[in-house]
Design a protein around this ligand. Sequence first.
Ligand code: SF4
Length: 254
Amino acid sequence: MIAVISDPSPQRAEELYAFSLSLGASSLAINIEEREGVNIRNHHFTDHAIADFWTALWEAWKSDPKIPVREFERIRAYTLTPGQDSESPLTDPFPTVAWDGNVTLYSPELSGYSSPHYGGFSCGNVLKHPLHHIILSGWRSSWVLDYARGVEECRESCRLFDFCRGGHAANRYFEHGRLDSTETSYCRNSKILLMEAVGGSIREFVEDWPSPPEQGASSQKFDNRPSWDNWGKKATKFDNSPSWDNWNKKGKKK
Ligand code: SF4
């Protein structure tokens, strides 16, 4: 279950966790509402409100840890294997193919949008060119190059880079109108304040993390769920990339 939070408060956090359990959700993921795409509402969540939300959600989870919460699992995974995910987000082009064949890289949320500065975010069309050609030429487009600069700035300037890996292109664009920026409200609410509010508590709790729930038989066959669903698995690097993520790796798909 993915919940979009438009009213962060401790009470809402407790209600949300209880509600997700009552629904029978197998996991919970949190998206603090973002200014993105057609959602142009400006939010003025205070740092205090966001931090209190994360703290209350953590306390609610810790008192009844029945399902994994994506954000807490990410910090746990990072604590167990710091630096494991420190490679650049640019390694994975994450191509999105739209209804008309247009391809956008890195952020599906940019699909169909254009900017006065960059022009369209489409890098080509699969009805005209092979996908791997589109990805190769897309890497040279001005907005992708700017995004790469922004990620490098993050690497240089942000102490959370190893955890966050540089954020998403769409948040940069929809918040700042450009891709070579660094901090956004998105990363502040969902990474920085998350880590500040509960990072220390999660690190202290790692040794006492609850046992994983029973895994269904079907999950043994082909498990491509995000790694936070695989809680309890040993901390060897878990490759959850779909096969097209490995298109530029040598050899056969794993
Ligand atoms: S938390 Fe924000 S500023 Fe830091 S690496 Fe992530 S996107 Fe960049």
